[in-house]
Design a protein around this ligand. Structure first.
Ligand code: PHE
Length: 360
């Protein structure tokens, strides 16, 4: 029959073994040997049945305590050994980013990222810099400074996601368009200004052609003698380069945006070829972007004098442009991480968009 002193000796022996286990396999063998069904401690537990009630009262708790302590030791040792395995892997799997990229490299660029690159290249060639603004905006930059009157229905039309602070304030929101970057650009820099601002925007919407997050690119030109002719030339050039055709026929349809006056939507002539579109021929018109001359109130909100400075702005949906250029029927897979879709529509990370060898 066991005595508490036997248990001490057993505990010492098993503990020393566990603490010194050289690897995870050895540790598991030791655990089974001690605590498994036929392990030394389990066999001792079985002896409890044959003991007198007095003996059992002493040995029962002693054995349970021993079991708990050994379990804790096993868990601790396991953590130490697992960390060692992980660290060894991290040490041996370092990537030398200075080495040439393997041509077998898998993975591809998302088409939206590719189109954003193309946009940056096309507009850089026309002298535009790329600007950025935050996704979490405030009412001033997203609406007020852009000449949206308070309580104007246009604010609701954007189906804004408002954010609540810990104090319950809703002064922050997710930007509903990239136009707030116009405000940031004009407040931070003296004209002449020529920027594009690609980025994410957010609206409460979800169907085949709308997702709650999507991408826009904004354009802004502010100078002392910029006029509507510049706007038209710039956008015609853009469409022609982006869709890789010299034949662009466009019409500017009067529209309304609070932040531009006059405002227009630009349509281009096209025909459908399968899922893709062919620009320049056909008898259909497709809306590609919104644009206009920057409203004097907007220029004034940015503490510039509209008697001196004017310019134009435009904004378009990057996802929609991507769908049109590459004949993609549904917007939703853009944001579902499906590797089959990506390997079909994605771009090689080794091919850079550039005007010399072609964009895509
Ligand atoms: N911000 C507008 C939109 O989201 C687009 C736009 C930008 C229109 C700049 C005119 C000028 O619909």
């Amino acid at each position: 029959m066991s005595a508490p002193s036997d248990l001490e000796a057993l505990e010492t022996r098993l503990s020393v073994g566990i603490k010194a286990a050289p690897d995870l396999a050895a540790l598991d063998a030791l655990r089974v040997n001690a605590l498994g069904k036929k392990g030394e401690v389990s066999l001792k537990m079985r002896e409890l049945g044959k003991m007198s009630p007095e003996e059992r009262q002493v040995m029962g708790p002693a054995l349970n305590g021993l079991k708990d302590r050994l379990n804790t030791l096993v868990t601790c040792r396991k953590t130490v050994l697992e960390d060692a395995v992980l660290n060894a892997a991290l040490d041996s799997e370092t990537v030398d980013v200075t080495r040439p990229v393997s041509h077998q490299a898998r993975g591809s660029l998302h088409p939206v990222g590719q189109v954003m690159e193309e946009l940056a290249v096309i507009f850089a060639d026309m002298g535009f810099a790329v600007a950025e603004g935050p996704d979490v905006e405030d009412d001033f930059h997203n609406f007020t400074a852009l000449n949206f009157p308070s309580n104007h229905p246009a604010r609701d039309a954007h189906d804004t996601f408002f954010l609540k602070s810990a104090e319950g304030e809703t002064s922050k929101l997710l930007r509903t368009h990239t136009s707030p970057v116009q405000i940031r650009a004009m407040m931070n820099k003296k004209p002449p200004i020529r920027i594009i601002a690609p980025g994410r925007v957010y609206r409460r919407d979800w169907d085949q052609t709308h997702t709650p997050m999507f991408h826009q690119v904004e354009g802004l030109v502010i100078d002392e003698d910029t006029h509507m002719g510049h706007l038209k030339g710039c956008l015609m050039d853009f469409v022609s380069t982006f869709f890789e055709t010299d034949l662009v026929e466009a019409r500017f349809r009067p529209h309304h945006f609070p932040f531009t006056e006059p405002s227009a939507e630009m349509d281009v002539r096209y025909e459908s070829v399968g899922n893709a579109v062919k620009i320049g021929s056909g008898d259909k018109w497709m809306e590609v972007l919104g644009c206009g001359m920057v409203h004097p109130n907007v220029i004034r909100s940015c503490e510039l004098d509209p008697e001196i400075y004017q310019g134009f702005a435009f904004g378009m949906g990057v996802d929609r442009l991507t769908m049109l250029k590459y004949g993609m029927p549904d917007l939703r897979p853009f944001f579902e991480p499906d590797s089959r879709w990506l390997s079909h529509y994605g771009y090689s990370p080794l091919l850079q968009a550039n005007l010399a060898t072609g964009l895509s």
